[in-house]
Design a binder for this molecule. Structure first.
Ligand code: SAH
Length: 228
């Protein structure tokens, strides 16, 4: 009897994995390629990372749908297209060392980890950061380092960063993050009024000079601060 249950479970779970893989391929074609993301390495990362492992189990069946999902503590995992779009905008290279502010579920960090040498990611809500750590290590990501704290100040001991991604909507670009960008570095960050529309800004540092470009309108959860 037990053996029969185990056999059924085995076939059920491998069928489930396959069906998630299939959904992931469809997600990339219909939501991401169709909207203009062209980087093959980014598309492959989106085909690889098991997004359903990063959402609460009762929401796994919605993981590949075309919208953000709640991950607890009032926070969300971004819509797949936005994850891919922001990743592509950073023009990442294999040897890059990068910072993400707003670990959340850890999903975006995993996508980044497929593309670069080292990802440092910081989360202000401890239980979320701790859970992301467990998820990422269970999936075998060894090049992601999760920190708990206020990402406003970046991570000085690991700076400079070739790229920085902020996944919470800030009112202003935190100056320490600009400071911690490497020469030739890129940063993408949603900036705007709290609980209203924000714009993704792409910031570049070249020969010490900072340039900014406004990209898409977006809506992110607020960038919060630790009490001083
Ligand atoms: N990148 C995430 C989505 C994050 S939602 C993912 O792939 O799942 C934004 C996250 O930013 C939330 O978890 C929120 O708690 C966190 N956050 C907000 N302000 C922060 C700050 N100052 N420092 C670090 N994390 C912050």
């Amino acid at each position: 009897m037990t053996i029969l249950v185990l056999i059924i479970y085995f076939f059920y779970s491998s069928w489930l994995q396959d069906s998630y893989a299939l959904e992931r391929m469809k997600m990339v074609e219909k939501q991401i390629k169709a909207r203009g993301v062209v980087s093959e390495s980014v598309l492959n990362a989106m085909r690889t990372v098991p997004r359903h492992e990063f959402v609460p189990p009762d929401r796994a069946k919605y993981a590949y749908n075309d919208y953000p999902l709640a991950i607890g503590y009032g926070q969300t995992i971004s819509q797949p297209y936005i994850v891919a779009y922001m990743t592509e905008a950073l023009n990442l290279e294999k040897e890059d060392v990068i910072l993400e502010v707003g670990t959340g579920s850890g999903y975006q960090a995993a996508v980044l980890a497929e593309l670069v040498k080292e990802v440092h990611t910081i989360e202000i809500i401890r239980p979320l950061g701790e859970r992301a750590k467990v998820t990422l290590s269970a999936l075998g990501y060894k090049n992601v380092h999760v920190y708990i704290g206020d990402g406003y100040n970046g991570i000085k001991s690991k700076a400079p960063f070739d790229a920085i991604m902020v996944t919470a909507g800030a009112e202003k670009v935190p100056p320490p993050l600009i400071e911690q960008l490497n020469e030739g570095g890129r940063m993408i960050i949603p900036v705007g009024t709290v609980n209203d529309v924000q714009y993704l800004l792409l910031i570049k540092k070249n020969k010490g000079k900072i340039t900014r470009k406004t990209l898409l309108p977006v809506r992110f959860v607020p960038f919060t601060r630790e009490k001083e």
